[in-house]
Design a protein around this ligand. Structure first.
Ligand code: FAD
Length: 449
């Protein structure tokens, strides 16, 4: 590649966004250095400080897994060799809007695993590529800013790392954008949708026949108090990850009996019945997500050269929708397109082009999460026009999934970010939705507020 020779990039953060960004950058520069604060010396169940969310269910949507499998051709085989099962993402028990969806074969395949195992396997494949080096135990303290350009980063030991492009993959609470603002660059405007979602998770031993499907999801009604959800996802080692949660302060307790009672508060006893029978392999682990949070550098007139942010640093979603890793992978793909577009590597023009592409990638999952969350009347924040109408229609889509295989297939594609939410709005689909919703065995919800 013409611009590859002698060019270098630094990726700060070796979580899913950092790994995906490094993979794409390695097609365009000679050297990619990944600087990561954590030691990365753990075993298969490594729980690292920088990724505390790894103790909770992490479903990788098809949009993410398809790209990863393309980038790392042996990845799927390695995940399966390590204990993941290739799973049709329609083969599930999905309870929403008062009844179960029709269970279907979609041909859309996923590889459910623990988050730690997925990340470690991707990392191992990434490091087989030439030109990529990983520097664990390396905390970036600050960027090096010279005039209008970021030229590198300084770590906590005082070492300076120079590069043509610095990619910030330090996640939702990145401090690097703040440093740019302190240096006089405009701060990106933010959209925030407050949800106050609390998770409580336990790993369980998986027994044959625990449930009559490959995985289970329970989405409680936003019109109920408490408004709860849960997921039972298989992971390597013959285990389940059980994650349940609630909105607006309804946090799962950590006491095992109280936790079971909480799980019993879901609209179906499916998950509580498995929990009651199964051997629990961990205590209850908790996590709190205050909001969907999106930064909009694509709206800025002035951007520094030599720097982009990617992954949760740009947008972090309500985890219930399982979109974060796939969004990061698709943003990395957008970075690749920007780098291939002929714009000078590390120029402000390239950064602007990347942020525009990334914003398009983020728009659909943002609409699904930040829009869908307004179905709960307690949700507050940046609301897109038409949200209420779309959410009322989506209720009919959820009900249509109780009886229509065709609508369930469409919904599965939208939820896996393989088709835009607007694909559910086309007139022939809408007519089918309304007919199928009428046949739903579930009662219409009673609205609060
Ligand atoms: C409870 C929960 C459940 C989730 N479930 C799902 C799910 O089911 N499916 C899904 O796709 N997504 C899920 N997500 C989102 C997913 O975890 C993230 O989107 C994904 O990890 C990508 O984030 P990231 O790489 O941008 O940042 P992060 O994962 O936050 O990683 C940031 C990295 O940067 C490192 N770092 C931070 N500061 C520094 C520094 N100064 N110097 C060097 N290194 C630094 C950290 O150690 C870490 O490795 C969930 C999130 C939460 C909170």
């Amino acid at each position: 590649m013409e611009q590859k020779n002698g060019r270098s990039a630094i990726v700060i953060g070796a979580s899913m966004a950092g790994l995906a960004a490094a993979r794409v950058l390695s097609d365009h520069v000679t050297a990619v250095r990944i600087l990561e604060r954590d030691p990365l010396d753990g075993g298969p169940d490594e729980h690292r400080r920088g990724v505390p969310q790894a103790r909770h269910a992490h479903g990788l949507l098809a949009a993410g897994s398809q790209r990863l499998v393309e980038w790392f051709p042996d990845l799927a085989a390695d995940l399966v060799a390590g204990g993941a099962e290739a799973t049709d993402l329609g083969d599930c028990l999905w309870h929403q809007a008062g009844a179960f969806r029709t269970s279907i074969q979609t041909g859309i395949i996923g590889y459910p695993t623990s988050r730690a195992f997925l990340e470690q396997t991707v990392r191992r494949h990434l490091l087989r590529r030439p030109g990529i080096t990983l520097h664990p135990d390396t905390t970036v303290d600050r960027l090096v800013i010279e005039g209008d350009r970021v030229t590198g980063a300084v770590d906590s030991a005082g070492a300076r790392h120079g590069a043509d492009l610095v990619v910030d993959c330090t996640g939702r609470n990145t401090r690097l954008l703040g440093q740019l603002a302190d240096a006089g660059f405009p701060a990106p405007p933010e959209s925030t949708v407050a949800i106050d979602v609390a998770y409580g998770s336990r790993i369980l031993r998986r027994e044959p026949g625990d449930i009559d499907a490959r995985f289970a999801v329970v989405a409680g009604s936003p019109h109920d108090v408490p408004h709860r959800m849960g997921a039972l996802l298989p992971m390597e080692g013959g285990r389940w990850m059980l994650t349940v949660g609630g909105y607006h302060g309804d946090a799962p307790p950590t006491d095992p009996d109280a936790y079971l009672d909480y799980v019993r508060g879901l609209p179906t006893p499916l998950l509580a019945d498995v929990l009651e029978r199964a051997e629990a392999l961990t205590p209850v682990m908790t996590y709190h997500t205050p909001s969907n949070q999106r930064r909009h550098p694509e709206r800025l007139r002035r951007l520094p050269a030599g720097f982009v942010a990617l992954g949760d640093a740009l947008c972090s979603f309500n985890p219930v929708y399982a979109q974060g890793m796939s969004s990061a992978v698709c943003q990395a793909e957008a970075l690749g397109l920007s780098l291939a577009s002929g714009r000078a590597l590390g120029s402000a023009d390239m950064a602007r082009d990347f942020y525009r592409r990334a914003a398009k990638v983020i728009d659909n999952p943002w609409t699904i999460a930040a829009g869908g969350d307004f179905a709960d009347p307690r949700t507050t924040g940046t609301r897109q026009p038409g949200t209420g109408l779309v959410n009322r229609y989506l209720e009919q889509v959820f009900r249509a999934c109780h009886t229509s295989e065709a609508i369930t297939a469409r919904m599965t594609r939208v939820q896996n970010l393989l088709a835009p939410p607007t694909s559910l709005l086309a007139p022939p689909t809408a007519a089918r939705v309304l007919l199928a919703a009428r046949r739903s065995p579930a009662r219409q919800p009673t609205r609060r507020g």
